[in-house]
Design a protein around this ligand. Sequence first.
Ligand SMILES: [Zn+2]
Length: 253
Amino acid sequence: MKELGPFNMKGLKENFADAQVSVVDCPDLTQEPFNFPAKGICGKPRIADVGGVPYLIPVVQKEKVYDLNTVAKDIELPGAFILGAGAASSKILGVNAELIPIVQTKSEKKPAVNGSYIAQINPADKGCLLEKYSSKYTDCEFGLLANLYASEGQPGKPPEFSACPLNTDEDVNNWLKFFEMKAPLICQPVIVSRDPGFDLRVEHTHCFSHHGEGGHYHQDTSPDSVQYLGYLLPAELLFRIDRPQETHLVGRD
Ligand SMILES: [Zn+2]
């Protein structure tokens, strides 16, 4: 076990009353509470920032559909185990939904295993509806945007797309539905320390749970008592795929 020095702790100490960082073995992710199709997040770690918020805001571009198997090839890691945060494919779902991607992409030897979740507004009670993607769909598609972490994986109608253009953060917040969720949540943050000018999303976190809640993480609602336990690996490479030609900074929270 290797302790990180005080320099590395600076940012954490500024944001958390108590923080500890150490290098440990990744827990077996095939076990509870994860139940992922791969054991770990190690081996050729890399990030893919695909599409972007400009494809959703101000006006949704429904033709923007991607496939995680193709992304795995694009980032030169076919068969990659992919985690992160993205939008569901509007071609498949027809409504706006958060995708919590957990996919062992296909390789020459094995077909893809899709352990993803989707979270959307429940048309029945307007609450949060979390479902296993594979309970309804068999593809590995997503739409509009995704922030993905890839490795070898070793050890109704809910609100439709906004009918009017979303021009400001206030417009976006009025359109989105916020829920206060119970712990524990299993979150999949993809974080970039700095954007060297690729129009990257520097933080994007989606979460799921075993109590029916999940979606896009916005912020702490109980900053005095919240606890985080994180297993993170620095990526060695970053790929920017289908970068929007026209961009803006609305809706990046
Ligand atoms: Zn999101």
